[in-house]
Design a protein around this ligand. Structure first.
Ligand code: SF4
Length: 292
């Protein structure tokens, strides 16, 4: 570590990579190579790191991602149970029916954990990169659900109207996402040269913008359905000199890898745990920038 850490009040979001794979091969996936060699994958080590993060930041958010969190409900339950109720918990999933896990199993899991789970984010893309279970599962979940859709490269924009109608019938919000491997500080807030923003403006009513140093969200209303267009940088540390004259590594995300190892960024940088215990906290800089 070269600089002392700074992060937002409550602590950086902690993203947990589950120690088992998803079975898909999305072209924009940066996690896939992580699963090529499962040597050292450990639920126990992940739980130890969860406890460590809870000790340092008892109110940080946790996100389960992968891989595929719902591919092993037994292990997911163990990891969920390791997180005290002071934290919000999000789960990124495709809602797969893998390894004998059934529709009923997943719905029962959500029902059982409805007090723990803040939101399940389900990937449903314009192009079918993943094995999809039936849409009705999203509507039937006992917890909040958001649909995530990555608009990758030259996406088939002619499919957008049908897609929007498909999701609107479920009564759940949708978040479109720019390919984060292509996001830069220069294009993060760009609208003029952003085809996704332009396409969405033609289909839905723009209502406002929120954002911070790291990410932003353009908000729309589509016939009563909440629609967001989200952009985020492909790393999670910003080096910045504060008003106190000290240069900090400002952390947005901390990762628990499949082995339990803690990283301070998506780029392979390990977290200095003792330095994080001394992190300086600032108010979260994500705020509304525009209302229409
Ligand atoms: S489903 Fe998720 S983890 Fe699996 S290949 Fe696609 S983006 Fe990657």
């Amino acid at each position: 570590m070269s600089n002392p850490y700074k992060t937002r009040a409550g602590g950086a979001t902690v993203t947990i990579f589950v120690p088992y794979d998803c079975g898909n091969n999305c072209p924009f996936c940066i996690n896939k190579k992580e699963y090529a060699d499962p040597t050292g994958f450990s639920v126990e080590k992940i739980c130890e790191s969860i406890a460590l993060m809870d000790d340092i930041t008892p109110e940080c958010d946790f996100v389960f991602t992968g891989g595929e969190p719902f591919a092993n409900l037994t292990d997911l339950q163990v990891m969920l149970d390791a997180i005290p109720p002071s934290h919000k918990i999000y789960i990124n999933t495709t809602l797969p029916l893998l390894h004998g896990v059934t529709r009923r199993d997943i719905l029962a899991f959500a029902e059982k954990n409805r007090e723990k789970i803040t939101c399940i984010n389900v990937s449903r893309h314009l192009v079918r990169y993943v094995q999809e279970s039936d849409d009705q599962m999203m509507a039937d979940m006992a917890v909040p659900v958001r649909v995530n859709c990555v608009l990758f490269q030259d996406y088939p924009k002619e499919k957008l109207p049908d897609y929007l109608e498909r999701i609107r019938r479920l009564g759940r919000p949708v978040q479109f996402r720019y390919d984060y491997t292509d996001t830069t500080p220069e294009n993060l807030y760009d609208r003029e040269h952003d085809p996704i923003y332009q396409d969405l403006c033609r289909l839905a009513r723009y209502t406002g913008l929120d954002g911070c140093r790291m990410r932003c969200g353009f908000h729309f209303d589509y016939h009563g359905m909440e629609l967001t267009y989200h952009k985020t940088l492909p790393y999670s540390t910003i080096v910045e000199t504060g008003p106190d004259g000290i240069t900090y590594d400002v952390l947005y995300d901390i990762l628990i890898k499949q082995t339990g190892e803690l990283h301070s960024d998506w780029t392979g940088v390990k977290l200095d745990v003792e330095a994080y215990r001394k992190a300086v906290f600032e108010p979260y800089d994500l705020r509304w920038l525009e209302w229409v």
